[in-house]
Design a protein around this ligand. Structure first.
Ligand code: FDA
Length: 392
């Protein structure tokens, strides 16, 4: 059995960061992944440009049974710290929107920075290496791997969530937590497109590809961002965001023109050109295909001048609060993240160590901490990985 100080399971964002930090402290570290390449989700993230953090990191942008759990790590390794690392490496970045920071070039630069730092710190990286049983052995742990048995005083579990199994996601971390008696918060796909019943798909499908700057709401939570119609239902940032809050049996509501007094705009349009059809006026506010759909939906295919102000109010109400009933989501196949995971009540917020199992740490997406869309999830991976790397 090879003896190490720290075994990190998973070479994603969280595992690489933890490995770097522990190795910089002089610990003998091995980071193990069953995938052929490290940091695959970093590589494909943000359309290949990696939305690596967000300027607006705050507790209310994370979902968890205990949203305050994440704060300690987020405050000790902040968005400015990861920005500093990219700056020092000469990796350019820019703010796209809503505080979201993306690489100017390629996400591969971030992967190269992390794997380079890991190597310079003296850690080993074992790729294409399936991991077997993890057991208590004396005061530490024994880990079976395809390259033979390992022993170490600390094991850091960074195997991520269940999203995108095609990229190597497994439920490994959850099973491992359970085998050590740690509680789990139920998992479900999040940041995921929502799907609809046949009846709704019939009118949505022709709109596939249409995008509108809208507001998606579920209960008291709302997001003002783009809504995208697809062949399967609804997607786009506003829908991905609201999917984290939506539960089966709940309706979502769309405001297709947030901040616009649609009734007043239509009344003004009536004065200006009474002979034009309702859809022509609506097409000034939303894409034309959607304008046609709204017009048909309400049975108001008529010149604006022939429509009463009450009818215009109905149009405005429909655009303000279009209630839709999703039947499900596209699931882990396309979900960006997994909600739920290892219950934070069982972890130390400062170190990520399991309270009842000294030497066992959980970081990143496997933990019940899920960020909004927009760089929050990588920041959690960096911060929690950094925190564990200081002590393991
Ligand atoms: P991550 O999933 O990155 O890494 C886990 C690693 O463990 C993987 O390398 C996997 O192969 C390995 N592993 C799993 N099971 C194993 C086993 N049994 N044995 C050995 N190894 C195992 N977030 C964000 O903030 N900004 C963004 O731009 C995006 N964009 C984005 C796009 C897409 C398409 C997806 C799917 C996700 C995003 N995300 C994102 C979310 C982000 O990718 C995610 O939150 C982090 O990658 C989580 O980092 P972790 O290190 O925890 O897990």
């Amino acid at each position: 059995m090879k003896q190490m100080d720290v075994i990190v399971l998973g070479a994603g964002a969280a595992g690489l960061m933890a490995g770097i930090e522990a190795a910089r402290r002089g610990r003998r570290v091995v980071v193990i992944d069953h995938a052929a390449r490290a940091g695959e989700k970093i590589r494909i993230s943000g359309g290949g440009r990696c939305n690596f953090t967000n300027l607006g990191i705050a507790a209310d942008r994370f979902l968890s049974k205990n949203p305050r759990f994440a704060l300690s790590a987020l405050k000790r390794f902040t968005q400015w710290d990861i920005i500093g690392r990219l700056d020092a490496a000469g990796i350019g970045w820019h703010e796209k929107t809503l505080g979201q920071l993306f690489c100017d070039g390629s996400a591969r630069e971030v992967v190269a920075l992390l794997t380079g730092d890991l190597e310079r710190a003296g850690a080993e990286l074992w790729l294409s290496c399936p991991v077997g049983a993890v057991r208590r052995a004396g005061s530490g742990f024994a880990v079976e791997t395809a390259r033979g048995g390992l022993q170490a005083g600390a094991v850091i579990v960074a195997t991520g969530g269940k999203s995108i199994p095609k990229m190597g996601a497994t439920g490994f971390g959850y099973q491992l937590a359970e085998s050590f008696g740690l509680p789990l918060v139920e998992t479900r796909p999040a940041l995921v497109p929502l799907t609809f019943a046949e009846q709704e798909l019939q009118w949505m499908a022709p709109l596939a590809g249409v995008s509108v700057q809208g507001r998606a709401s579920c209960g008291k939570t709302s997001f003002d961002e783009a809504v995208l119609f697809t062949h399967r239902g609804l997607s786009g940032p506003a829908i991905l965001q609201i999917s984290s809050y939506w539960r089966e049996g709940q309706a979502i509501s769309l405001n297709l023109c947030p901040g616009v007094d649609v009734a007043a705009a239509l009344r003004a349009g009536k004065q200006e050109n009474a002979r034009a059809l309702l859809r022509s006026h609506l097409a000034r506010l939303v894409p034309e295909k959607l304008a046609r759909q709204i017009e048909a939906d309400l049975g108001l295919e008529a010149p604006l001048g022939t429509l009463s102000n009450a009818a215009l109010e109905r149009v405005a109400a429909q655009m303000r609060e279009w209630s839709l009933m999703p039947v499900g989501s596209e699931g882990y196949r396309t979900a960006e993240v997994t909600l739920g995971g290892v219950d934070t009540a069982a972890l130390d917020a400062r170190t990520m160590e399991a309270k009842g199992v000294p030497g066992l740490y959980f970081i990143g997406e496997v933990v019940d901490v899920t960020g909004w869309l927009g760089g929050y999830n990588f920041q959690w991976a960096w911060s929690s990985g950094w925190a564990a790397g200081q002590v393991a």
